[in-house]
Design a protein around this ligand. Sequence first.
Ligand SMILES: Nc1nc2c(c(=O)[nH]1)N[C@H]1C(S)=C(S)[C@@H](COP(=O)(O)OP(=O)(O)OC[C@H]3O[C@@H](n4cnc5c(=O)[nH]c(N)nc54)[C@H](O)[C@@H]3O)O[C@H]1N2
Ligand SMILES: Nc1nc2c(c(=O)[nH]1)N[C@H]1C(S)=C(S)[C@@H](COP(=O)(O)OP(=O)(O)OC[C@H]3O[C@@H](n4cnc5c(=O)[nH]c(N)nc54)[C@H](O)[C@@H]3O)O[C@H]1N2
Ligand code: SF4
Ligand SMILES: [Mo]
Length: 729
Amino acid sequence: MTASHCPYCALQCAQTLTAHAPDGVAVTARVFPTNRGGMCQKGWTSGSVLTATDRLRTPLVRGTDGELHAATWDDALDLVASRIAALQAESGPDTIAVFGGGGLTNEKAYALGKFARTVLRTRFIDYNGRFCMASAAAGANRTLGVDRGLPFPLADLGGAQAVLLLGSNLAETMPPAVQHLAGVRARGGLVVVDPRRSATASLTADGAGLHVQPVPGTDLALLLGLAHVVLADGLADTDYLAARTTGLEELRRSAATWWPERTELVTGVDVPTLRRLAHLLAAASPSRGGSGAYVLTGRGVEQSSQGTATVTAAINLSLLLGLPGRVGSGYGAITGQGNGQGGREHGQKSDQLPGYRSIEDDAARAHVARVWGVDPMTIPRSGVPAVELLRRLGTDGGPRALLVHGSNVVVSAPAARGVRDRLAALDLLVVCDFLPSETALLADVVLPVTQWAEEEGTMTSLEGRVLRRRRAIAPPPGVRSELEVVADLARRLGSTVAFPTEPAVVFDELARASAGGRADYSGLSHARLDVEDDLFWPVPAASDGAASHPGTPRLFLDAFPWPDGRARLVPVQHVGPTEDVHPGAPTYLVTGRVLAHYQSGAQTRRVAELVASAPEPLLEIHPLLADLLDVEPGDLVRLTTPRGTAVARAHLTTDVRPDTVFLPFHWSGAGSANRLTTDATDPISGMPEFKVCAVEVARWEGSVDVLDDESLLDELGVGATAAGVGAVG
Ligand SMILES: Nc1nc2c(c(=O)[nH]1)N[C@H]1C(S)=C(S)[C@@H](COP(=O)(O)OP(=O)(O)OC[C@H]3O[C@@H](n4cnc5c(=O)[nH]c(N)nc54)[C@H](O)[C@@H]3O)O[C@H]1N2
Ligand SMILES: Nc1nc2c(c(=O)[nH]1)N[C@H]1C(S)=C(S)[C@@H](COP(=O)(O)OP(=O)(O)OC[C@H]3O[C@@H](n4cnc5c(=O)[nH]c(N)nc54)[C@H](O)[C@@H]3O)O[C@H]1N2
Ligand code: SF4
Ligand SMILES: [Mo]
């Protein structure tokens, strides 16, 4: 029996894995402070992905016939190395791009960043965390001074009197976490802001709290309106603001014009609700004798062209109420991917070196260069964020090759038809995966890697707690760990930089590289984590003879990590989504998740139980809108945006606003949501606007297989054109 954690989301539910023949594991839930013995459907069935019938077990290389064929590791790696060398000889180091993932262990993410900077010497590395956590990170960094999703243990929520949950559907995206909301529901203080009556919004029923249903993309106005009421009604924590923050006057001016009536006009949230909400939150603040309040954000407000500003406004509100840095209160962003937190700390982000250091900071470059044994001058400078990186692929002067590690971009990236065109324009696409994802199937070379229960490593959870992933079974013959792949390629490319392949050794190096950085892991090792599972970063190394550092469950108790120790209130303004509804596209399209599937669905669409509970993407549409469009339950509906067309089956429900439809993004094929989404991004974080665009909705008269038939739509001339990328209306 092996103690480990779930392969999927950032809650990292604790599991016990028991090996059973052939090549499988039985998975049971283990009691842990976050999941308290719970798991969701995906966790319970996670073992079946190990034995998926189409599991990749051998490298594949595309032949002259255009098909993928089995190849030996030597042949596949030789080919990749020789193509990289030839392309770089012709077009320079930046001609190779790397795309990482927030599902990679800390060790893999670190090795990938090091490989890009020291072997490829390309500045073009970024990762799918740009789709996920970038706005939360940017917002927290510029106000609180550091980005650790939850700067407190999740279980702290239990004592709260109020929790404001903005754009998070926790009940479907991290079901076991709902246990931590039992206390606040009993106190009537759970507030969920979501244009849909999601499973989480439904938790506010029966006196447990309040569901606020604004116009999609207007949360920033709502938060400015709340700040206005807090200031106007004298609800702010003035002692805290004076002692612990700067920037109050600028903030006051920025909120001054958001009087409640104006806020109502923009958001649709009426004035009494707005006032009630502000007073409910203020009453829960310790400064007014409450037992504590939290403001939490999810992708619903962050995946927006004003995501950073919205997170900033959420943090401003929490600071006005005196919450961050007080035990039992605070602000947090709910990290998504399994290692979404660690994945954004150790150097696979375009502007970053390990330990959450900036790649533009000369002292950081010198420190990391020493650990890597390279000249700091050879470390490239910042690259570009993921969406921009994908846009440049195969263009004049753009990268000619892409290495993908842990992302299925043709399903999950915004305006994905255009991404497919960009991949097709490359000279070389290499995908590392354990499954033939839609992206892997487009590659020139596919390298099969180990997964979760077959490997050692560490993951950093949504709380900033560093956890051990442990090997329970041997990987199938023919697959290699990503650490080996990176080391093999480095050697073939003639690098003299060391690439250890033992995860514990890689971790020790990562720990040294992170020393003194914001995310300091230098006091950690696999050996220590094997006996202590309650270590939250920063955990600096102890000086000689001193006791080891106990970790930092709660940040900001004494100070914010700015030179003056004070948090920054940063004024922001509401502009609205890049694409508003208009006569040609009068409905908002909102995208997101359902319980049974994970992300691009590459893993969960291969699990029979999960496919049975959610076999295809269903379009949530209000009966009033359906009636207007003559759509009956179960009818096929056509959705059109300037990026393309999708077809999905209608699910009539009053849970969505009549002006809004909701489509989950877990599928490829004609029903794939990212055929429609805009690739407009937040100017600060580079995060795409997945959550809101304008769509034309109509009954679809033809027949189409929503899980397939992408080509049919293209043939009918309703797919995206090559101009789809960047063609935002
Ligand atoms: N089942 C499942 N669980 C997952 C994942 C998964 O794919 N499937 N993925 C994991 C990952 S990587 C992530 S990032 C998290 C994401 O977890 P969440 O953030 O909870 O997930 P989403 O469904 O993307 O979005 C949350 C809610 O935002 C709402 N929303 C849309 N537009 C707006 C808006 O303009 N304003 C507001 N206030 N709300 C809006 C949607 O209606 C939706 O209910 O989940 C993690 N857990
Ligand atoms: N419309 C819309 N689109 C969205 C979102 C949305 O809300 N709406 N949400 C966005 C968000 S928050 C996210 S996080 C992205 C995620 O979307 P993706 O980046 O596509 O993430 P996954 O589907 O998890 O893809 C992971 C792939 O990597 C493989 N994999 C898993 N672990 C490993 C590993 O250790 N090594 C390697 N080499 N491969 C591995 C899996 O088999 C799978 O094929 O989707 C984004 N796309
Ligand atoms: S909530 Fe997340 S970590 Fe827990 S079992 Fe489900 S997918 Fe796994
Ligand atoms: Mo995510």
